[in-house]
Design a protein around this ligand. Structure first.
Ligand SMILES: NC(=O)c1ccc[n+]([C@@H]2O[C@H](COP(=O)([O-])OP(=O)(O)OC[C@H]3O[C@@H](n4cnc5c(N)ncnc54)[C@H](O)[C@@H]3O)[C@@H](O)[C@H]2O)c1
Length: 317
């Protein structure tokens, strides 16, 4: 048996346990600052509730941290230091300062530690990465990425408090920043504007321009202000051609303003990322997405927020 401790029993945790339950010999324990939420999740997955995180650490092989963004470091650092395999939802934290402890703990750890940059497991984003890496568009020059929909709520409305969520660059565009760093390499400069950067609360919409070390430029749009269905899209243009994807043009299930990309269960990106994590942990291997990768994506997101606050470009070395 492989026991997974789910920390935070909110919206996404129900998705995680649904996918983890499909793996062989998995058992759950749950913990939430609201015990009734931990109980509801435990009832759903046939697990049991822990009264404290310290109790959880005595009962598990792995910890899956799905709390609001500003509580990731508190649990992740402790779990990694206790030698537990650790899955941390994206973003790594709300700031690089807050994330430093996780990075340090992960460097010293022999356990499998990874971060939920699930976009790498979406078939179209994975394929686009492979095409670009194989030179399919020639030398990448100009990239456009779009992501968003309505404002997520979260328990007690924590997404609207940017000191807890980070706002759109840190919470949402971080998915695209991770894909871009994975595919195109380091970013040297960002320039960004957003609705929420100076306000620090409520709805948010941001546009960021990233310059890469190899000269390519990417425009990343992220929104919590689109009243229609959620959407993701990209366009990668290079010296030899262009590839594009728009979720609005793909076969989908649409209901009540929600868009549901219909994956076969074995292709579901959330299933694939959790299956990879558990397999790596069971085999004693590092996971493909490292804490360092997630830290770099957070660093770009944070630079965008800083640029949007100051009105100045930010240079990254
Ligand atoms: N990968 C993705 O595409 C994706 C999608 C949605 C959310 N997320 C991430 O998942 C995480 C959770 O998001 P959600 O939408 O499930 O939020 P949510 O508000 O629905 O759930 C959070 C849960 O954590 C609990 N909680 C809050 N503070 C806590 C603390 N200090 N200790 C223990 N429990 C605490 C809350 O009671 C709640 O049950 C966030 O990091 C979010 O960014 C990722």
């Amino acid at each position: 048996m492989f026991t997974v401790g789910i920390v935070g029993a909110g919206r996404l945790s129900h998705v995680h346990v649904r996918h983890l339950s499909r793996l062989p010999d998995i058992r759950f324990v749950t913990f939430d600052m609201h015990p009734e939420r931990a109980k509801a999740l435990a009832d759903e997955c046939g697990g049991s509730v822990c009264e404290s995180f310290d109790e959880m650490l005595t009962r598990v092989d792995a910890v899956d941290i799905i709390t609001p963004n500003d509580a990731h470091a508190e649990y992740a650092t402790k779990a990694i230091r206790a030698g537990k395999h650790t899955f941390i939802e994206k973003p790594l934290e709300v700031s690089t300062i807050a994330a430093e402890g996780i990075l340090e703990a992960a460097k010293d750890s022999k356990a499998t530690v990874t971060v939920g940059h699930v976009v790498r497991y979406f078939a179209m984003y994975r394929r686009a990465h492979e095409i670009v890496k194989a030179g399919g568009v020639g030398k990448p020059a100009a990239i456009r990425m779009t992501r968003g929909g309505g404002m997520p709520g979260g328990e007690g409305g924590w997404f609207a408090d940017h000191s807890r969520s980070g706002g759109v660059f840190i919470d949402l565009a971080v998915h695209d920043f991770d894909w871009l760093l994975w595919t195109l390499g380091p970013v040297t400069e960002v320039y960004a504007k957003s609705v929420g950067a100076k306000v620090g609360m409520g709805v948010d919409y941001g546009i960021a321009t990233l310059t890469f070390a190899d000269g390519a430029v990417a425009n990343v749009e992220s929104t919590w202000m689109d009243p229609t269905e959620s959407r993701t899209a990209f366009e990668v243009c290079g010296s030899e051609g262009m590839i594009e994807f728009d979720s609005r043009n793909c076969p989908t299930l649409r209901s009540g303003g929600r868009l549901d990309q219909s994956f076969l269960p074995e292709d579901d990106p959330f299933f694939l990322q959790l299956k990879t994590f558990v397999e790596c942990a069971r085999e004693g291997k590092p996971a493909p997405i490292s804490v360092q990768d997630a830290f770099e994506a957070l660093r770009v997101a944070e630079a965008c927020l800083k640029s949007a606050k100051s009105g100045q470009p930010i240079f990254l070395v």
